[in-house]
Design a protein around this ligand. Sequence first.
Ligand SMILES: [Ca+2]
Length: 320
Amino acid sequence: MKAFIFLMIVLVQAFSCYSKEAIWIDYDVAVGKIIRDVDDGFALFHALESKKLNLVGVSTIFGNIKNPEKMVKITKRLLELHDRLDIPVYRGAYSAQDLGVMTPAVLGLIEALEKQPLTVLAMGRLTNVASVVSLRPDLVSNIKELLVMGGRQKEYNSAVGKSEVVFWDANIDGDFESVRKVIESNVKLRMIPTESMKKSIITRKHLKKLNKSFKRHRWLARKSVVWKKIWQIYPRMKGFIPWDLFLVSYITHPEDFSCFEGIPTDLVKLKNDTTFNRSGENGAYKYFLTASFSLVSNFRASYCYDIRPTHVDEIINSWL
Ligand SMILES: [Ca+2]
């Protein structure tokens, strides 16, 4: 009888694992570091909180912090808070120069894709992912979909907040060569850009809720206070956009997103209208990852342009 019950438990666990969406997160987490974005932290939290997802692995990439090894440490802290240190974490590229280098992140993702199809969520520069599709093009078909935080429409100006900041697309601008490799791999690509997120912010109300919840939620709320204050000063908003969170929440709540499917997509030189000059001189022409039905391109992708206003409330409530 005991053996029968044990077998049933194993079968139920195996079934629940296979019925969940298998995902891989590649990110530049910085939550907990002073004056650094907390969004990758919110994304990992949602991946761990949701019962719909099976997080197969996590890899890190230069970006919010230069050293991806430090991000491995932060990730382990976040996994520990959820009692999920069983999930493997791999160090990725130190810079765009690592394109094509077999880092632990690249090897980890290759081995995971050899075992099963995965939805890959790219929340930082695309260097790790571009290395995988370059070194092992045979595995592109095992990437169910690649979600990227970035991109824009040709005709669209995505100014944010009362300061009307046009953010630079850090994940794209930080490594154009990798973006090019990814597009040319013909991977099934979905962009979740700033345009869709402009009204979806984490406010005091959300942090208060988290502060009344479990220890891990209180930790995240505490680490987000300074970041929220920065956004109040600039770009003058009541809260902050939790950018990367929406890659994970698209998988759990796709009905909340409005998207174009099969839209022509490419790296296109357009006039630089970003507020900061880090991605090229303002007014000069620079590359943007662009989606537009008026574009002539061999490549097609999906592009999400709006998120339901109640979405952030729903996601935070789903954790509690
Ligand atoms: Ca990120």
